[in-house]
Design a protein around this ligand. Structure first.
Ligand SMILES: *[C@@H]1O[C@H](CO)[C@@H](O)[C@H](O)[C@H]1NC(C)=O
Ligand SMILES: *[C@@H]1O[C@H](CO)[C@@H](O)[C@H](O)[C@H]1NC(C)=O
Ligand SMILES: *[C@@H]1O[C@H](CO)[C@@H](O)[C@H](O)[C@H]1NC(C)=O
Ligand SMILES: *[C@@H]1O[C@H](CO)[C@@H](O)[C@H](O)[C@H]1NC(C)=O
Ligand SMILES: *[C@@H]1O[C@H](CO)[C@@H](O)[C@H](O)[C@H]1NC(C)=O
Ligand SMILES: *[C@@H]1O[C@H](CO)[C@@H](O)[C@H](O)[C@H]1NC(C)=O
Length: 598
């Protein structure tokens, strides 16, 4: 194109030369005129031939000549050097016509020379290297950085029109471009594929080579420059928060912050959308991304809420693609805030224990980053149930959550369980935790026999091994089904040979005295037995087994040849309930091995 214009000017010169002296396009009387001349043209180009009219005989040139424009006395206006648009785009000149004495007889008349642009400047990137970063899952087409080049040529002509292009993306897998550039503005953004697939855990670093061309990039003659762009892909911090549990019927002042979401950069507009249409939607989000419950919840009305949190840009476009996958879940609960540990079990304290004792720790979790001001939790007991024998039985260490007994020892007889409501708060919000304290018995009760003497029993020495000859019973007032209340029976006297054993029913501590080895009249005809009832767990200091834990029993063994025997252990007979008194029910038949009468 530049060559074509040069050619034009040559023709013009030729015409002027041949047409000198003629009135017309390139010569004429002095009057205001405007000329357009391409920059960069060879010097000594004739612009116009002014014709003097009497009494004028000569011409004078003034104004922004820059030493380039001259006028010959005969009125030939020309420039002696190439023009440069970038130095001066418009020259304002004045031409005057003078008489022989040098007096101005006409003018000065304004002559304007506009310098037309040719593409004589390269576009240049302002930086030889650019660095930028983008969050994973950023919206496709949303610029996250710019490259910028300048070109001194006239931006109103193609010469100064810049065209940006990504020449190379590294790495590039399966020929998929993750980045795109606005070819006019140099704005770099993610492609749809980039928005979906970029994953910093797979590859966080990308390099682009970006070129800029002038002439709108549309001709082979355009100049170009290139630069490198290093891009770091950062993790998307826009994540669905953990499900939150909210204590129902909270009497705390609302709204209460329950959780939060954060868009990757500041300035996002947040909103909540309920998943299902509800009569009321008691949640809100502020422009920091903090989510609040706005009214007390009622578990019977609804025990779980699901809603979506959106982050949108200033035009209301969701910042994330796709937005659907993010949801928050709120569970109302009548028991336990999820940030609280469920249960603390503590032992009944003996009166002899002195001072404060630690009985457990409330473990609460804060969703904030650890070791920040937001993650410091503060604990406070706000309620105790029952308040018996008095309120304030428990203390909690404000910053550790360690429970202690205030002063009093606990008695299971007073209450076997206490419910504490503990307020856990951090800098911004608080939650209530319910803590159950089970008062567990310790072994301060001894087993006590229902009777101290089980009397006399006479048995033949050949009574079958395995026979149960006696049931005994002791009771223990400690916590049921613990080692403190379980009873083991021992025979402490009267059975040196170990002919008897005692099994205990674990449900009710009934003891069954059983023959383990055959009785022997010759060895021991009379067993003066002493039973002891014991717990597997040791007794607490200061409590001892006493006489009530012992019982006696006398077993006489008889020397019979062989006892008569029933053929059956159990006789059964059926009678109706209205049967007359005295009706015979059945026969009991026994046989004596010796054939003696029974
Ligand atoms: C590019 O640089 C020019 C010159 O410094 C400036 O006027 C323009 O605003 C810049 N464009 C962008 C998109 O930064
Ligand atoms: C430059 O980008 C626009 C959209 O921003 C597009 O329509 C046009 O085709 C692009 N030009 C070229 C040459 O790729
Ligand atoms: C919560 O409040 C509602 C309405 O006042 C009531 O029906 C419900 O029983 C309350 N629940 C509890 C555990 O207090
Ligand atoms: C048990 O036997 C002893 C000694 O033979 C006797 O003194 C006592 O009275 C008997 N007890 C009962 C309850 O029969
Ligand atoms: C203990 O339980 C056993 C089996 O259930 C039962 O046979 C026995 O009568 C019970 N003893 C007492 C004292 O209740
Ligand atoms: C044994 O101790 C218990 C209390 O532990 C008491 O009730 C009982 O009377 C005592 N028995 C005797 C025989 O002293």
């Amino acid at each position: 194109m530049a060559r074509a214009q040069l050619h034009c000017l040559c023709l013009l010169t030729l015409y002027l030369t041949t047409g000198r002296g003629q009135e017309g396009k390139f010569s004429g009387p002095l009057k205001p005129m405007t000329f357009s001349i391409f920059e960069g043209q060879e010097p000594s180009q004739i612009i116009f031939q002014f014709k003097a009219s009497p009494p004028a005989v000569t011409f004078k040139l003034t104004g922004e000549t820059d030493g380039i424009f001259e006028i010959q006395p005969d009125g030939l206006l020309y420039h002696n050097r190439a023009l440069d648009r970038e130095t001066r785009a418009v020259h304002k000149l004045q031409v005057s016509a003078l008489d022989a004495q040098g007096n101005t007889v006409e003018g000065p008349v304004p002559i304007t020379v506009e310098v037309k642009d040719i593409n004589d400047n390269r576009p240049t990137f302002l930086q030889s290297k650019y660095e930028g970063s983008v969050r994973q899952n950023s919206r496709a087409g949303k610029p996250f950085m710019y490259v910028n080049a300048t070109d001194l040529d006239d931006p109103d002509t193609p010469n100064g029109q810049l065209f940006y292009q990504i020449v190379m993306q590294l790495p590039k897998v399966n020929d998929v471009m993750y980045f795109q550039i606005n070819n006019k503005t140099g704005a770099i953004s993610l492609t749809l594929a980039g928005s979906k697939e970029l994953d910093p855990s797979k590859n966080p670093f990308y390099s682009l080579v970006v070129s800029v061309k002038d002439m709108g990039g549309q001709t082979e003659n355009s100049f170009s420059d290139s630069t490198s762009v290093d891009i770091t892909v950062k993790e998307n911090i826009w994540k669905a928060p953990e499900p939150v549990e909210i204590v129902e019927n909270s009497t705390d002042p609302h709204p209460i912050k329950i959780t939060q979401v954060r868009w990757n950069e500041p300035g996002a507009h947040y909103s909540l959308v309920e998943k299902e249409r509800l009569p009321r939607f008691p949640f809100s989000i502020d422009q920091e991304g903090d989510i609040y419950v706005t009214q007390p919840l009622d578990r019977e009305e609804k025990d779980s809420y699901v809603f979506y949190a959106f982050a949108k840009d200033e035009l209301g476009k969701p910042l994330l693609f796709p937005p659907e996958s993010y949801e928050a879940q709120v569970l109302t609960t009548s028991t336990q805030g999820q940030t609280c540990a469920t249960k603390v079990s503590i032992c009944q304290q003996m009166p002899t224990d002195k001072g404060v004792s630690s009985i457990g720790t409330l473990v609460a979790h804060d969703m904030d980053e650890e070791n920040t001001v937001n993650s410091v939790l503060h604990y406070k007991i706000v309620d105790q149930f029952p308040k018996f024998p008095k309120d304030g039985l428990f203390l909690i260490q404000s910053y550790t959550g360690v429970f202690q007994l205030a002063m009093q020892s606990l008695k299971k007889q007073d209450a076997s369980q206490y419910l504490l409501t503990v307020e856990v708060s951090d800098k911004d919000f608080q939650t209530l935790c319910q803590v159950k304290i089970n008062v567990i018995d310790i072994n301060d009760q001894i087993p006590i026999f229902e009777k101290s003497d089980y009397g006399n029993l006479t048995l033949a020495e050949d009574t079958a091994v395995g026979s149960t000859i006696l049931t005994i019973q002791a009771t223990d007032a400690d916590e049921p089904f613990t080692g403190s209340s379980k009873i083991l029976y021992r025979i402490t006297q009267g059975d040196d040979e170990g002919r008897l054993g005692i099994d205990t029913d674990p449900q009710n501590n009934t003891g069954y005295v059983i023959i383990k080895k055959p009785l022997d009249f010759e060895t021991t005809a009379i067993h003066n037995i002493v039973f002891q009832a014991e717990n597997p767990e040791p007794l607490v200091p200061g409590v001892q087994y006493n006489a009530s834990s012992f019982a006696t029993f006398t077993l006489f063994v008889t020397d019979v040849n062989e006892a008569p025997q029933f053929p059956l252990h159990i006789f059964q007979a059926k009678v109706s309930e209205d049967v007359a008194i005295g009706t015979k029910v059945g026969n009991m038949i026994a046989k004596d091995p010796e054939g003696l009468d029974i």
